[in-house]
Design a protein around this ligand. Structure first.
Ligand SMILES: [Zn+2]
Length: 277
């Protein structure tokens, strides 16, 4: 069983030209509605000031609200005390804006790594029910090689739902999301997804961003991104919308389940094993 997730952020930041994330998010909401799929939408809290009506709409359409950090800066750049305070404030503000609870947390760019061992405890203290912030493989950005590839519990008890990965040649890739979902052959994704879908306990989730389905966006370099990555992020977007629609309608080989938080509450991951970190 696969849960659908979206990471809602304004990756253009201060780049010139009109904002695009809200319109693209609305298009993603329409695709979800057409397929009758409820998803988890992890939202960066700095959008609360500008996109309150959109956040309200997301919750009103029955989707689960998650927090995708307060500023989309990698976790290692923060000190534990201010992280705890600002994340708790962001979660409360997001719940208020949405009129709905915020059970889950997703780190910016999977930046929960060995370098930030204090993060899970902070998230548990704040009251999150789960995190989906770990890429359990090596990565040019942020990865956690050696972390379990199935749902697991941190020593503090917090449940972690790591990004689903698969081997492609010498690489281990989060094949169900973002650029990987856009670039990898559809037949490969379908085959791997079918092989991994072992029912409700399978911690499978896909992820997409508003820009992933936006072929018309003028090129920009997101804050902090090197040129090669900006180019990768910008290319191969035109087929992504149709591919995502296929996934939502079950055409990529998996059963689509409820949002992650609903599955956590229903006890799908109670067998998750401890990981000492
Ligand atoms: Zn993000």
């Amino acid at each position: 069983m696969l849960s659908v997730t979206l990471d809602i952020e304004d990756h253009r930041g201060a780049a010139r030209g009109p904002k695009r994330h809200a319109a693209m998010t609305e298009q993603l909401l329409e695709l979800l509605a057409e397929a009758g799929v409820r998803a988890s939408l992890f939202i960066v809290a700095d959008l609360i000031a500008t996109d309150r009506a959109l956040i309200r709409r997301i919750a009103a359409e029955g989707h689960e609200i998650g927090l995708h950090s307060f500023d989309h800066v990698p976790l290692a750049a923060h000190d534990p005390d201010s992280f705890r305070r600002r994340t708790a404030d962001a979660r409360a503000a997001l719940a208020d804006a949405a009129g709905a609870p915020v059970p889950g947390y997703r780190a910016p760019s999977f930046s929960l790594t060995r370098a930030t061992p204090w993060v899970p405890e902070a998230l548990a203290e704040i009251g999150f029910h789960y995190s989906s912030s770990v890429l359990p493989a090596g990565s040019p950005l942020h990865g956690y090689p050696g972390a379990p590839r199935e749902p697991f519990r941190w020593p503090c008890g917090l449940l972690e739902l790591p990004a689903p990965v698969t081997r492609v040649g010498p690489l281990t890739l989060p094949y169900l999301g973002g650029i990987y979902f856009r670039y990898l052959p559809a037949a490969l994704i379908r085959r791997r997804l079918r092989g991994a879908d072992s029912g409700p306990a399978a911690g499978l989730w896909s992820y997409l961003h508003p820009y992933d389905i936006d072929p018309a966006e003028p090129f920009c370099r997101p804050h902090g991104a090197p040129l090669w990555m900006s180019l990768l992020l910008h290319a191969r977007r035109s087929g992504a919308r149709a591919r995502f629609a296929r996934l939502l309608h079950g055409g990529m080989g998996s059963t689509i389940g409820p949002p992650l938080g609903a599955r956590v509450a229903a006890g799908h991951f109670t067998a998750a094993r401890p990981f000492p970190g």
